[in-house]
Ligand binder design. Structure first.
Ligand code: N2P
Length: 359
């Protein structure tokens, strides 16, 4: 009997304690100890996760996606577990239109003042209402000098059957509809944002014709495949190749003479996070941390992608700041094109991609 009374007192105390405590300190916010970051693969210095956790007690869990279209379909399928995502420019515009992004509270992002002027008002998110730029780069051709006397500086290496057949089985294309169809359009002399159904059809047929020569469609390991000499050419992203070059000097990267796509990836918070003020705050804390000058500098030194963060420059290695493959010259800039949201034509690209992949 006495035991029973003691037990019920203990239960009562256990039940009431949180209420009493909450009452004392006003309404206590739920403590966030874990954050889910949905990023491209190999796109952050992992040390930054440890540093952030040490400083703020929040553990960042990383999950990776391989393309903007992948990221979009996960969100559209109802994924609500991600606190911070990293879409590229054109995808930011699409996501804003679809109502998938939360608005940022600038009061929680003082480090936004570190950004270079040119990145503070991008056309895909004027005034940085939803996102802040993370890194930028270009999409070109990675290659292994052991197999070339001259850099393979033309898309014909990948898309002209006469040339591409010489590399049959030894090259990869990104597993990315916007990049692959965009590159084929550039090869054909069109814009990577071309909306003419006949041109998109033409690009699709070019890709289907060379598909037998493609070793693999890959966006996450192409630099490793180059290094292991499984492939000699890779349609790929600048920084991934340069990062690999550090350990394998025979690997290099070239922006094709016909032109290429330039892109900027952005840190954004999915709309669903608005339901939890504590999670939203933690997400903003993480974004603000990534914009801290020393952190952004350290990150660029690791991933070899250009930083939109002006204040970070004093922390970025000179070798990177002066690298023409990372910060292209004015001359090269003229050949670069940003991807745009395609509106109605998006369906044509989607259909073309499905046909390419199922051929
Ligand atoms: C990093 C991939 C860069 C993202 N591995 C291309 N938008």
């Amino acid at each position: 009997m006495r035991r029973l009374r003691l037990l019920s007192i203990i239960t009562l105390v256990a039940l009431l304690a949180p209420l009493v405590l909450a009452g004392c300190g006003g309404k206590k916010e739920e403590q966030v100890t874990e954050l889910h970051f949905f990023n491209w693969s190999e796109y952050i210095d992992p040390q930054i996760y440890d540093d952030f956790e040490k400083e703020y007690g929040i553990h960042v869990v990383e999950d990776t996606f391989a393309s903007n279209e992948d990221l979009l379909s996960k969100l559209q399928a109802g994924a609500t577990g991600y606190d911070v995502i990293v879409p590229s420019d054109y995808m930011v515009a699409m996501m804003i239109e679809l109502g998938l992004l939360a608005e940022l509270d600038k009061d929680n992002l003082p480090n936004i003042s570190n950004l270079a002027e040119t990145f503070t008002n991008p056309p895909y998110d004027p005034g940085l209402v939803h996102c802040v730029p993370y890194m930028w780069g270009t999409t070109g051709i990675g290659f292994d000098w052991d197999y070339f006397d001259e850099p393979p500086d033309s898309w014909s290496y990948l898309f002209d059957p006469d040339v591409a057949s010489q590399y049959a089985g030894y090259y990869s294309l990104l597993n990315d509809p916007t990049e692959v169809i965009g590159a084929a359009l550039i090869y054909l002399g069109y814009s990577p944002n071309d909306r003419d159904p006949a041109h998109i059809e033409e690009a699709k047929n070019v890709i289907i014709a060379i598909k037998p020569y493609v070793h693999t469609f890959d966006s996450e390991q192409f630099e490793d495949l180059l290094s292991s000499e499984e492939i000699h050419l890779a349609h790929g992203w600048s920084g991934d190749i340069f990062m690999k070059q550090v350990e394998d000097e025979s690997i290099d990267y070239v922006i094709p003479k016909e032109g290429a796509i330039i892109w900027a990836d952005n840190l954004c918070i999915p709309k669903s996070v608005d339901d939890s003020p504590a999670r939203k705050k933690a997400a903003e804390l993480w974004i603000n941390y990534l914009m801290r000058a020393d952190v952004a500098g350290k990150n660029t030194n690791y991933v070899w992608y250009a930083s939109p963060n002006q204040a970070a420059e004093e922390y970025i290695d000179q070798e990177i700041l002066e690298h023409p493959g990372i910060y292209p010259s004015a001359e090269t800039w003229k050949r670069l094109t940003w991807s745009e949201p395609l509106g109605e034509a998006q369906a044509l690209y989607d259909r073309a991609w499905t046909e390419i992949k199922s051929e």
